[in-house]
Design a protein around this ligand. Structure first.
Ligand SMILES: Cc1cc2nc3c(=O)[nH]c(=O)nc-3n(C[C@H](O)[C@H](O)[C@H](O)COP(=O)(O)O)c2cc1C
Length: 176
């Protein structure tokens, strides 16, 4: 599949069926994360794939507390993406803060996970609103851990791919 075709196929799925996700498919998301490019190849992430039903329910609850994201009740799994401290080469570390590029790296990692999901017919939705403390508690993580984001997963209930709502190319790109 051409990349643009895959990028169009991926969309934020906000309703999942109760079909179970095979372990090998979940593992492929960890591989996609692992292949992400990063500044100085620093790989400032750890991904936790949450599959156990009781933990999935707890993670979903942490992201529904604001009254948003009620569809997460139907999520079958989550990828929780942690930001980890980078060890830069001393020469570079003396010039920049170790986490200077981490957010870019982590965003790329997250997108890669959603693209891999789309490529195997799995639905995903990036979730930005959640209670970090409660997730750390639910997953028995160190309280100081930095949770970058969540990706909710499951097979789409509805098979229609929505039309992409995007600014025009003329507004967002130029060639000089
Ligand atoms: C950092 C980030 C946080 C997001 N948080 C949420 C969220 O909490 N709930 C939700 O339903 N969608 C969330 N989204 C999905 C966006 O709304 C969605 O990507 C955007 O509207 C474009 O639609 P598309 O993904 O279907 O192409 C988030 C996306 C990103 C990148």
């Amino acid at each position: 599949m051409e990349f643009i075709e895959l990028a169009r196929k991926r969309y934020s799925v906000r309703g999942f069926s109760n079909q179970e996700i095979a372990i090998k498919d979940l593992e492929s998301l960890a591989v996609a994360a692992n292949l992400t490019p990063s500044a100085c190849n620093s790989q400032p992430w750890k991904v936790i794939i949450v599959k156990r039903a009781d933990l999935v329910a707890k993670v979903a609850t942490t992201a529904m507390a604001t009254g948003m994201n009620a569809f997460l009740q139907s999520a079958q799994a989550f990828v929780v993406i942690l930001e980890v401290k980078v060890k830069l080469m001393r020469r570079i570390g003396s010039m920049i803060d170790s986490q200077s590029f981490a957010k870019q790296d982590l965003g790329a990692c997250m997108y890669g996970i959603t693209l891999q999901a789309a490529s195997i017919g799995l639905g995903s939705c990036i979730i930005g609103m959640f209670d970090r403390e409660k997730i750390a508690e639910a997953l028995d993580l160190d309280a100081n851990v930095s949770i970058f984001g969540l990706v909710a997963l499951g097979y789409p209930l509805n098979q229609d791919v929505p039309t992409k709502l995007r600014k025009s190319l003329a507004d967002t790109a130029s060639i000089k």
